[in-house]
Design a protein around this ligand. Structure first.
Ligand SMILES: *Cc1c(COP(=O)(O)O)cnc(C)c1O
Length: 417
């Protein structure tokens, strides 16, 4: 469910016509629906309400402060993957005791920042990181709570770029090696072993890979208990998929049910790190048609948003629905929707049946709330677009459009020239 719909052939976000936002802020821009965000967070979090749990929103999917504040206000924590994300989270008012830190390449300064911020838990991804973190904790006179991110070697059956829990993926530590590392960690004075974690991939459309991973983690925990290491947090990562085209992912309720039925009488606190499933369908990208052209019988609509603004189609060949902001009568045609960037990989959609668009028409690129703005760049020296939040009949800019001055901020020409 989301709150983007047509009224009299006009696309609305909740009670605001998209065209009225465009008039105010220009194009392109991302727009998010408050009601959708809230509903998605509550549906996910609520599905686990009968067990001890913490929903740590995976903020790399969309790290705007407004979204973080919204979820924090509903009891959520965050899953971070960098010092920059920790800064954003703290800045948005997220409670440090609800922050978990994942990632294969945490730098020394990231670790120091997170240790002194006293976050809930580090998901450690290598033996060397374990030692480095121990040292950082000892130096600051604190104990760092850790889990080891285990690579359970299960196939999430998703795009290879977003599968993370297979043997050949760079993430986590294999099950056998993890046991040795837990044994080691238990002897390190700077560390407090509290959890086991995994994250097997993204955009999963079945629950069975999650269940397979959970079973492997349970076995590991049994072995740890025998070694005298007790675990209180079980972090299952994120990865639940959404509908972009005709995928039929399980509802969070179904996902939660399948997980909870594996946990019968345990007293672990579950940690969940959903990203896409919360924000993916709560945001869209609005772009304006610049030119319509036909080249060798192929139709192109050149629009003012490109791969720098929404990278997923170029990066993964990902599908995003294309909808007109004003539905126009007339025969539809098959066309590619392409951006202004000087790369042939710069497209938002290929071979789509769309309304007969004309210059200045607005189109919506659907399901762009996750890994949209957060993956955007200034490639081709294009200022990053603005982000807008709609609630009911109101809207507000939650990130200003960047300016040309922003593009050169911090750059200088050396004196020795
Ligand atoms: C990216 C990521 C997530 C979120 O994945 P989604 O598919 O967006 O739910 C959760 N945990 C970790 C460690 C991640 O890297």
């Amino acid at each position: 469910m989301h709150h983007f719909h047509y009224r009299k052939n006009e696309l609305y976000c909740e009670d605001v016509p998209i065209s009225s936002i465009a008039k105010k802020v220009g194009t392109p821009f991302y727009v998010y629906s408050y009601a959708t965000l809230k509903q998605h967070f509550d549906a996910f979090d609520g599905a686990f309400s009968d067990v001890g749990h913490l929903t740590c929103y995976s903020m790399k999917s969309n790290s705007n402060k407004a979204l973080l504040a919204l979820f924090a206000g509903r009891g959520g924590g965050v899953d971070i993957v960098s010092g920059g994300e920790l800064y954003r989270a703290l800045n948005a008012g997220v409670d440090p005791i609800k922050i978990v830190f994942s990632g294969v390449g945490k730098s020394l300064s990231d670790l120091e920042y997170a240790v002194t911020s006293e976050i809930l838990m580090f998901n450690v991804e290598s033996p060397q990181e374990l030692l480095k973190l121990n040292q950082v904790a000892l130096n600051s006179g604190r104990k760092a709570r850790i889990s080891i991110r285990v690579n359970p070697d299960v196939d999430p059956k998703t795009h290879p770029y977003i599968s993370t829990g297979l043997k050949e993926n760079k993430f986590g530590i294999g099950v056998e090696e993890a046991l040795l590392q837990y044994e080691k960690a238990a002897t390190l004075d700077g560390l407090d072993v509290v959890g086991v974690s995994c994250h097997i991939g993204s955009q999963l459309t079945q629950t069975s890979p999650f269940v397979d991973a959970l079973r492997k983690l349970k076995k590991l925990i049994e072995q740890l208990v025998r070694m005298g290491i007790s675990i209180c947090y079980l972090d299952l990562g994120g990865g639940l998929g959404i509908t972009y085209d005709n995928e039929a992912p399980p509802h969070p309720k179904e996902y939660a049910q399948d997980i909870k039925s594996e946990l019968a009488s345990s007293d672990w606190t579950l940690i969940l790190e959903p990203g896409r499933v919360i924000v993916g369908n709560a945001g869209i990208l609005i772009t304006k048609v610049l030119y319509a052209k036909t080249s060798y019988d192929k139709n192109f609509f050149v629009v003012d948003a490109g791969m720098n603004d929404l990278m997923r189609p170029s990066l993964y060949g990902a599908y995003h629905g294309i909808q007109p902001v004003k539905q126009t009568p007339g025969e539809k045609l098959t066309a590619d929707i392409v951006g202004p960037i000087c790369e042939s990989g710069d497209f938002l959609a290929k071979e789509r049946l769309v309304d007969p668009l004309a210059p200045d028409d607005l189109i919506a690129v659907m399901s762009a709330g996750a890994y949209g703005f957060s993956m955007s760049s200034t490639y081709n020296s294009r200022p990053r677009v603005c982000e807008v939040m709609v609630k009911g009949d109101r809207f507000e800019i939650i990130r200003q459009r960047e300016t040309f001055e922003d593009l050169v901020r911090g750059e200088s020409i050396p004196d020795f020239f």
